[in-house]
Design a protein around this ligand. Structure first.
Ligand SMILES: [Zn+2]
Length: 302
């Protein structure tokens, strides 16, 4: 729950927003009350739900004719919430900016993650909704898509406590002695050292591939893949789903290899990129990834 605590700290500027609160909306038959906890509001998904109900409330205002005091009360609530909208929009923009910066540092455009799909695609705001709410809805949807998208980004180390023995880029080929492109990094360790998935995804292949020897390739979605080569043993099979940190293979020296090590690649749109920035821990991004995984899987979901 540390991620929620840290979000609370960042949300500290808006104490009026992040407290247990009740929403009123009209479902066409009568006025309904909907209570939302702080924890729920801090998850983007729940906030979206609240905004939808809020939109429904705006629509209800147009439908309710009976002025028995409740409409006036609702209107007062909507007015006070309108003030919150601006603060929430700023908060969303700030969070989006920080996440986008962390993603861009890795050479990835944020649009890679916000372009398509997303859990809120099916529930566009009501046409009757206040434009202010609509723009807040859009901001939060974009933020949510970006944060959910970061799950596909490799982070953490594929091997624990290992030594980097060969960097990405042009190097002297260990077999031929002439300059050749090295498409990944080499991490040395004893035979049988555990190797872990660096992001959620599924196993695209797990077989012998020429110079790679035994190779596991993971597809993380959004055009991102990782490769783990020279394995003594693969512990996953094609099509299998994996989570970040799952044990997927054991280190070896199969294929074109001079000693026990892992050849690790990060590939974007089918092209190998330097894995080093992805292996360096970024606390902000890690927190976003944990929160996104929690929102998707739910507490206790594994
Ligand atoms: Zn290598």
């Amino acid at each position: 729950m540390t991620n929620i605590a840290s979000t609370t700290n960042r949300a500290g500027k808006f104490p009026a927003i992040f407290k247990r609160r009740e929403f009123f909306y009209h479902d066409g038959k009568g006025l309904r009350r909907f209570s939302l906890s702080v924890e729920a509001q801090l998850s983007g998904a729940a906030l979206m739900l609240a905004l939808l109900l809020w939109s429904a409330l705006a629509a209800a205002k147009l439908m309710i004719a009976a002025p028995d005091g409740r409409v006036a009360q609702m209107e007062r609530q909507v007015q006070s919430m309108q003030a919150d909208v601006q603060a929430l929009k700023r908060h969303a923009a700030q969070r989006y900016g920080s996440t986008a910066a962390a993603v861009e540092k890795l050479g990835l455009a944020p649009e890679r993650f916000t372009g398509t799909g997303g859990p809120f695609e099916a529930v566009e705001p009501l046409k009757t909704a206040d434009p202010n709410f609509k723009s807040l809805f859009t901001s939060w949807k974009k933020l949510d898509q970006l944060e959910q998208g970061t799950i596909a980004i490799p982070s953490t180390m594929p091997v624990k406590g290992t030594a980097l023995t060969s960097k990405y880029g042009v190097r002297s080929d260990p077999f031929q002695g002439r300059a050749a492109m090295h498409a990944g990094v080499d991490l040395a360790g004893p035979l049988g050292t555990p190797i872990y998935a660096t992001a959620d995804g599924y196993v695209e292949r797990s077989n012998w591939v020429g110079g790679y020897g035994n190779l596991v390739e993971l597809n993380h979605g959004k055009g991102i893949q990782t490769r783990y080569g020279h394995l003594s043993k693969a512990l996953v099979t094609p099509g299998q789903r994996v989570k970040r940190g799952d044990l997927i293979a054991l280190m070896g020296s199969t294929g074109r290899s001079t000693g026990s090590h892992l050849h690790y690649e990060v590939r974007i749109d089918g092209k190998a990129v330097n894995p080093i920035p992805f292996m360096q821990s970024n606390e902000y991004l890690a927190a976003v990834q944990r929160r996104a995984a929690l929102a998707l899987g739910g507490p206790g979901g594994n």
